[in-house]
Ligand binder design. Structure first.
Ligand SMILES: Nc1nc2c(c(=O)[nH]1)N[C@H]1C(S)=C(S)[C@@H](COP(=O)(O)O)O[C@H]1N2
Ligand SMILES: [Mo]
Length: 257
């Protein structure tokens, strides 16, 4: 590689120092997984520095690259393992960006699931009308990046069936979700259409309790925990990248497990 111009050469020290700080942050390290060490970054910096201006931008670029790779490698026909009733964790862990006492209370009677974006039939859904759709269930492992995993049983509507029913444009790239607690996330269309992706209304054959996401949680055994939104109030289909609560703070967007 050519010698870097002097001004960039001196930036290099500053950028590496900034990187060192950022890599100390556990959420940043998670974002990078094990793909990048400070040593690796040092080697890459000379190349990257010519095109990008801050470490944050470099890290985001790497994460986006990782998204593209995961998207390309995702096999829509590959099924996540399923388990038996005896394997279900009891109690199943609760997790959110707040404590269990702050879990939102969603009123069942006035609840409406709102639809927007590239969807032909945007009529809102009541809980009753969602319960009246054909239901299926699945016992799968939920994996949280905070270092735990647990097997649970979720039941509900196959998401690909639901998307077809509402006339979603499945040529779009993203499906986005907004939640009653302010959480939000989005997924790639191939995962939305995966056979194990369920719009769930039950946990262990009972109505989804508040702490597991009443009235509804999107459950995907092919994705990490933070990609599985609870308390969903809005679903939209779009080609504009919607991001997510943790994803916008640096977690990898694709979030495959
Ligand atoms: N609405 C909402 N959905 C959410 C979260 C949240 O804070 N709010 N946390 C995510 C994370 S990080 C995890 S691990 C799972 C936890 O789901 P559980 O409480 O059913 O175990 O929910 C995911 N979905
Ligand atoms: Mo999580």
């Amino acid at each position: 590689m050519d010698k870097l111009p002097d001004d960039i050469q001196s930036d290099k020290g500053a950028i590496l120092k900034e990187a060192e700080g950022l890599l100390k942050d556990p959420s940043r390290r998670r974002l990078l997984g094990n793909i990048l060490t400070l040593g690796g970054l040092s080697l890459a910096t000379g190349v990257i520095i010519k095109n990008y201006h801050s470490v944050d931008e470099i890290l985001r670029r790497i994460s986006r690259f990782n998204d593209a790779a995961q998207w390309a490698l995702f096999n829509p026909k590959l099924m996540a393992p399923e388990y038996s009733e005896a394997d279900i964790a009891n109690p199943f862990p609760f997790n959110a960006f707040y404590g269990i006492k702050q879990v939102p209370h969603v009123d069942a009677a006035s609840y409406r699931l709102q639809l927007s974006g590239q969807i032909a039939d945007k009529r809102p859904w009541t809980l009753e009308s969602l319960r009246a759709l054909p239901q299926t269930s699945q016992i799968t492992r939920h994996i949280c990046v905070e270092g735990w995993s647990a097997i649970g049983k979720w039941g509900g509507v196959r998401f690909s069936d639901f998307l077809k029913r509402i006339g979603a444009d499945t040529m779009c790239k993203y499906v986005g979700f907004k939640c009653a607690d302010g959480y939000y996330t989005s997924i790639d269309m191939p995962t939305a259409l995966h056979a194990q992706t369920l719009l769930t209304l039950t946990f262990r054959d009972h109505e989804l309790p508040a702490w597991y996401g009443f009235p509804m949680k999107l459950r995907m055994p092919t994705k990490l925990g933070y990609k599985n939104p609870k308390h969903i109030t809005d679903i939209f289909v779009t080609n504009i990248f919607p991001g997510g609560y943790w994803e916008d703070k640096g977690y990898n967007w694709f979030g495959g497990s």
